[in-house]
Design a protein around this ligand. Structure first.
Ligand SMILES: Nc1ncnc2c1ncn2[C@@H]1O[C@H](COP(=O)(O)OP(=O)(O)O)[C@@H](O)[C@H]1O
Ligand SMILES: [Mg+2]
Length: 283
């Protein structure tokens, strides 16, 4: 019997080969005036190239936050000086000034300097400048959101090409033509070739989401981040969107990280992880 045949359909452990994304000890705290809202408490997660991972978790558990950080839409907390974690009980001593003993279990505190990082294909996204981060977002990542986020004044075609225009600069006629051609191909493949001049308001929810997926793929990203992509759709339309994503994965070898409440989405993933109390379980 081969090991492949022995694998269960849904893996719960990450694959052995080098990951496309390696997230380590990621922390995020929102500040509302003087109130601090800690959301992620040290998230670690590896995603292999071509893998599809579904992230489950209660509402408010930080799933969208995690996706935004991985895609460079937001920055994680800056590294805390003297970041320490008790080797015995795991007590988080971030921000404490060099304690001699762990305040929780009173063992001698080890001086660990655990840096948070998001490494994408060998590059540390957390240390990119604002300009480099813009490039990373434009080239390497595509985003799909629950509520589509299409621009209502633009046509379907313009909504899809706008990302390519931003990447290449509006002045390049050839790249504009290339972008239109690729957008046309993607929209054709999604059965929307005859709707290019329509506005988002003239489309159904499922059609809008297909436009949003085409927009996400216009710059041929290696990573697609989808935040509840079927959350606003009925089951049948949601299934069509999942079919479209599965096709794309087959065609382009996309790596996907999807946040969902929908068991149908989780079922189609290679691996399911859970975000709970600010950390990933099962990664
Ligand atoms: N920009 C923000 N400012 C302050 N708090 C935020 C912000 N974004 C999210 N939060 C809070 O962080 C927590 C996690 O939010 P989110 O990542 O959207 O969770 P999920 O996607 O799992 O529902 C929630 O308590 C939410 O209210
Ligand atoms: Mg969310």
């Amino acid at each position: 019997m081969t090991t492949a045949a022995a694998q269960p359909e849904l893996r719960t452990t990450p694959p052995a080969h080098a990951p496309l994304i390696r997230v380590e000890r990621l922390r995020k705290t929102y500040k509302l005036g003087r109130v601090k809202v800690p959301v992620l408490h040290g998230v670690s997660l590896d995603v292999a190239s071509d893998e599809t991972v579904a992230i489950l978790g209660a509402s408010g558990s930080g799933k969208s936050t995690l996706l935004h950080l991985v895609g460079g839409l937001d920055r994680p907390d800056r590294q805390v000086k003297n970041y320490r974690r008790c080797a015995r009980c795991g007590y988080d001593m971030a921000g404490l000034e060099a304690p001699r003993v762990c305040p929780e279990c009173a063992c001698p505190a080890p001086a660990l300097n655990e840096r948070a990082s998001i490494v994408f294909d060998g590059r540390n996204v957390t240390s990119l400048s604002a300009r480099q981060l813009n490039r990373f977002r434009a080239r390497d990542v595509g985003f799909v959101f629950q509520f589509y986020h299409l621009l209502p004044e633009l046509t379907v075609l313009q909504n899809v090409t706008v990302g390519a225009m931003i990447r290449h600069g509006l002045g390049y006629a050839s790249s504009a033509a290339d972008a239109r051609a690729r957008a046309g191909e993607l929209l054709d493949a999604f059965g929307l070739g005859h709707r290019l001049r329509h506005r988002p308001a003239q489309l159904s929810g499922g059609e809008r989401q297909r436009v949003a997926i085409a927009r996400a793929l216009i710059n041929k990203p290696r990573l697609l981040l989808a935040d509840e992509p079927t959350g606003n759709l009925d089951a049948e339309t949601g299934a069509q969107i999942l079919d479209a994503l599965a096709d794309l994965r087959e065609k382009f070898g996309l790596t996907m990280l999807m946040v969902t409440h929908d068991p149908a989405v989780a079922e189609r993933a290679d691996r399911v992880v859970r975000l709970h109390d600010g950390v990933i379980q099962g990664a």
